[in-house]
Ligand binder design. Structure first.
Ligand SMILES: C[S@@+](CC[C@H](N)C(=O)[O-])C[C@H]1O[C@@H](n2cnc3c(N)ncnc32)[C@H](O)[C@@H]1O
Length: 480
C-alpha cells in the first residue's frame, strides 16, 4: 500500500461520506478524504496533505458522477466554507447524517445496536437561517468583501450575494450595510495587518414575527460613520426593530460579548415557537432554523413523556424556549443558563407568557445546581441542550446528582454526544433511542434528540463499582 505524496494526482472511487462532508475512498488501499466528492463518484483528485494513515485531497474533476451527485445551486460552493453538502441529493445527506450519529456512538461511545431513527427532514433546504454572521475583509485591491471565510482560510473572505441559506430580508440587510460602507469609504478590517474598520455584520430575524435586528461590528473609533447607517437601514427595512453597534478592539474574530450600543430601536427582537412568544436579545443563543425549532421541541416533549406531574429541569436553556414550550405539560420547570442576558430573556419570556411554575437559575450547570440544591425540587426529567463541546465531567456529575428518571439530550455534535452518552450509560441510564432532526440542510451539521431512562439496579451497581474503583459516577470504565 503506497502512501500518496502531496500533489499526487489519481482517480479515486468514492465509497462513503465522512463526517464533515468530505467523500472517502481508497487509493491502493490507502484512505483518501476528498473534498467536494460524492459517494459513487469517480473523481480525479490531487493530494493536499499526506498523513501517516490517510491523505486529504482536493477535487480536480468529476470523471463519473455518483448516483447522489446534483448540481449545487449556489455559485460560491467550493470557495465558501459554509455549505459542504450542496452537491449531494438531499435524501442522501439525511442517510449520511444518520450513519454519522450511529458511527460516532459505536466508535467513540462503544455503544452498539442503539436505535438511531431516520432523520426528520427539514421543511426548507434553503433560506432557512434566521441568523447570519458575515465577515468583512479586503480583496486584492483593498475593496470590500462581505461574506464568509474562504474554505480553510482565516484571513480571506469570499464576497457573497446572495447567500442561499439566508432569507431575502437577511440578504437585503447585508447589502444595505455593504452599500453604506462603500458610499462612506468604510475600510474592511484586514486581519493580517490588523487595520481597517468594518469587521462583521450580524443579521437576526424573527421568522414568525417578521422582526429584524442588525448588529454592525467595527474596530474602535467608527462611531460617526456608523451613525450614518441608521437612515438607510430604516429606509430600506421597515421590519427593522433594532440597529446595534459592537466594538471589537481585539484580534479574535468575535461578535458576542463586545461593548455594544443601540444606534436605533431596541437590542432584542421577538420570535414565536409553538405558540410561545420569545424575546431574544442580541447576546442570546437561539436555534438558527426557526421553521424546524417547533418540530425539534415537539420531539423533545415526546422523548420527555410529560403528563403534567413531572418536575422538569431545562439545562442550558438559552432564552428558555424548550422549557417554555413544554411548561403547560409540567408541574414545574427549573431552567439553567450561563449567559446573563439569555437567562434574563428566559425569565422575561416566562413572565410575558404568564408562566408561574417556572424558575431560572443563572450560572454554570456544573456549579449552580449544586450550590442551590437545598432549594431545588427533585427532578423527574432533565433536558440537556449543551453547546457543541457537550457536557463537562462536572456538569455530567451534576445531572447524575439530580437523578432524573428520564434524561432528554439534545445534541448538535455527534462526537461529544457519543462521549456523554457513554458516560450516562455507564452510570446506569439506558439509551432508548436517538431521533435526528435536520436543522442544517446543505451542511454536515446534525441535531438529534436522545431519550435515556434511569435503571435503578444499574445505577446502584455503577455507584458500587465506582466506589470500589475510587472513581466517580459518570466516569467511563478505565477511569476516563
Ligand atoms: C445549544 S444552546 C441551547 C439553548 C436552548 N436550549 C435552545 O433550544 O435555544 C446552549 C446554551 O447553553 C448555554 N451554556 C453554555 N455553557 C453553559 C454552562 N456551562 N452552563 C449553563 N449554560 C451554558 C449557552 O449560553 C446557550 O444558551
Amino acid at each position: 500500500m503506497a502512501r500518496p505524496q502531496r500533489d499526487d494526482e489519481f482517480d479515486l472511487r468514492v465509497d462513503t461520506l465522512a463526517f464533515g462532508g468530505t467523500g472517502v475512498g481508497r487509493h491502493d488501499g490507502f484512505v483518501v478524504f476528498a473534498a467536494d466528492t460524492a459517494p459513487g463518484d469517480l473523481a480525479r483528485v490531487r493530494v493536499r496533505k499526506s498523513r501517516r494513515r490517510f491523505a486529504e485531497a482536493d477535487l480536480v474533476e468529476v470523471r463519473e458522477a455518483g448516483p447522489d451527485r446534483v448540481v449545487p445551486p449556489c455559485p460560491y460552493v467550493g470557495a465558501c466554507g459554509g455549505c459542504r453538502l450542496q452537491h449531494i441529493d438531499y435524501p442522501a445527506t439525511l442517510r449520511a447524517k444518520r450513519e454519522h450519529i450511529r458511527d460516532h456512538l459505536e466508535r467513540i461511545g462503544h455503544l452498539e445496536r442503539i436505535e438511531v431513527r431516520t432523520v426528520d427532514p427539514a421543511v426548507s433546504q434553503f433560506g432557512y437561517r434566521n441568523k447570519m454572521e458575515y465577515s468583512a475583509a479586503p480583496g486584492p485591491d483593498g475593496e470590500l468583501r462581505l461574506g464568509f471565510h474562504r474554505r480553510g482560510r482565516w484571513d480571506e473572505v469570499v464576497d457573497i450575494d446572495p447567500c442561499l441559506l439566508a432569507s431575502a430580508i437577511g440578504n437585503a440587510a447585508r447589502q444595505t450595510v455593504r452599500a453604506w460602507a462603500v458610499r462612506h469609504g468604510v475600510a474592511p478590517y484586514d486581519q493580517r495587518a490588523q487595520r481597517g474598520t468594518l469587521r462583521h455584520v450580524v443579521v437576526r430575524e424573527g421568522v414568525a414575527t417578521g422582526e429584524l435586528l442588525v448588529t454592525v461590528v467595527t474596530a474602535p473609533g467608527a462611531e460617526p460613520v456608523v451613525d450614518e447607517l441608521v437612515a438607510p437601514m430604516r429606509a430600506a427595512h421597515p421590519e427593522l426593530v433594532g440597529l446595534l453597534h459592537g466594538v471589537n478592539d481585539g484580534v479574535s474574530e468575535v461578535t458576542q460579548g463586545l461593548p455594544t450600543r443601540i444606534l436605533w430601536g431596541r437590542d432584542y427582537y421577538f420570535e414565536e415557537v409553538l405558540g410561545v412568544r420569545l424575546a431574544l436579545s442580541s447576546q442570546s443563543f437561539f436555534q438558527t432554523n426557526t421553521q424546524m425549532t417547533g418540530h425539534l421541541y415537539t420531539r423533545v416533549a415526546e422523548a420527555a413523556g410529560l403528563d403534567g406531574s413531572q418536575v422538569v429541569y431545562d439545562l442550558f436553556c438559552g432564552v428558555g424556549s424548550i422549557g417554555l414550550t413544554i411548561a403547560a405539560r409540567a408541574r414545574e420547570v427549573i431552567a439553567v443558563e450561563i449567559v446573563p442576558e439569555a437567562a434574563a430573556d428566559a425569565a422575561r419570556n416566562a413572565a410575558a407568557n404568564g408562566m408561574t411554575r417556572y424558575r431560572v437559575l443563572t450560572g454554570d450547570v456544573g456549579r449552580v445546581v449544586r450550590e442551590q440544591r437545598e432549594t431545588l425540587p427533585k427532578a423527574d426529567v432533565a433536558i440537556i441542550d449543551p453547546p457543541r463541546g457537550g457536557l463537562s465531567g462536572r456538569a455530567i456529575r451534576r445531572v447524575l446528582d439530580l437523578a432524573p428518571e428520564v434524561l432528554v439530550y439534545v445534541s448538535c455534535h455527534p462526537a461529544t454526544f457519543a462521549d456523554n452518552a457513554a458516560r450516562f450509560v455507564a452510570a446506569g441510564y439506558d439509551l432508548e433511542y436517538v431521533q435526528p432532526v435536520d436543522m442544517f440542510p446543505n451542511t454536515p451539521h446534525v441535531e438529534a434528540v436522545a431519550r435515556f431512562v434511569r435503571d435503578e439496579a444499574r445505577v446502584a451497581a455503577a455507584r458500587a463499582a465506582a466506589e470500589a474503583a475510587g472513581t466517580r459516577l459518570g466516569a467511563l470504565p478505565g477511569g476516563a
